[in-house]
Design a protein around this ligand. Structure first.
Ligand code: AP5
Length: 215
């Protein structure tokens, strides 16, 4: 399985990516999570990425592409990719790398959701500081307040989830990332999923959209 997930911030990519990677038994590569971990650790990559994340801007393509190529190597070419590609140059670089490896993508799964719903979801999001699992104080609270069900980590509010920053991230999405739906449609790889409704409902639709693919 080699799958990329597309969709606006707050569409539920991270939530579904974890479940889909488990279902297909492949590593999850989530670029936002990798950046946040590096920011937390104060690594060189984290220092480089920090201000972009805070402002809701994209990290420069060359930095992200290098990081993802390394992650794909470590994953032995089987993965669910969440958060990449986000620009045309990133999509072209991914295609070139996978062609070079003789391991093309099997699908690009796009989660479709209205902007106002994503703003609402992100306002209530809390994220595990350790494993990055997303929760929502209203829609999907953890069993114990402030504590991750999966790993016991502390739940925090992401700095880029302030409404003003979320609206900017949505603009960036519509301008730079949404054109990738056409890029993948032209290659016969695009599958679309309605991301409204319950997490389980979205998951079932995502699995159904991929049902004809092998692992
Ligand atoms: P990243 O971490 O990838 O953020 P994003 O794409 O903006 O996506 P989000 O994590 O905000 O939303 P999501 O779709 O994963 O939703 P979630 O499942 O959490 O990127 C962050 C930053 O890193 C970027 O701004 C950029 O700076 C940098 N970056 C990353 N990749 C890059 C790249 N390739 N190039 C350049 N820069 C890059 O769900 C959201 C909320 O809704 C949660 O509270 C969840 O519990 C809830 N929820 C989920 N599903 C449902 C449902 N069905 N019903 C109700 N609530 C739900």
């Amino acid at each position: 399985m080699r799958l990329v997930l597309l969709g606006p911030p707050g569409a539920g990519k991270g939530t579904q990516a974890y479940r889909l990677a488990n279902r297909f038994g492949v590593p999850l590569i989530a670029t936002g999570d990798i950046f946040r971990r590096n920011v937390e650790e104060g690594s060189r990559l984290g220092v480089e990425a920090k201000e972009y994340l805070r402002a809701g801007e994209l990290v420069p393509d060359d930095v992200v592409v290098k990081m993802v190529v390394k992650a794909i190597e470590n994953a032995n070419g089987r993965f669910v990719l969440d958060g990449f590609p986000r620009t045309l140059p990133q999509a072209e670089a991914l295609e070139a790398e996978l062609d070079r490896r003789g391991q093309p993508l099997v699908a690009a799964l796009a989660f479709l959701l209205d902007d106002e719903i994503t703003v609402k979801r992100l306002a209530g999001r809390r994220t595990c500081a350790v494993c990055q699992r997303p929760y929502n104080v209203e829609l999907h609270p953890p069993r114990q307040e402030g504590v991750c069900d999966r790993c016991g980590g502390r739940l925090i509010q992401r700095e880029d989830d302030r409404e003003e920053t979320v609206r900017h991230r949505l603009e960036v999405y519509h301008h730079l990332t949404q054109p990738l739906l056409k890029f993948y449609a032209e290659r016969g790889l695009l599958r679309e999923v309605d991301a409204e409704g319950t997490e389980d409902g979205v998951y079932e639709r995502a699995v159904a959209a991929l049902a004809d693919l092998g692992s």
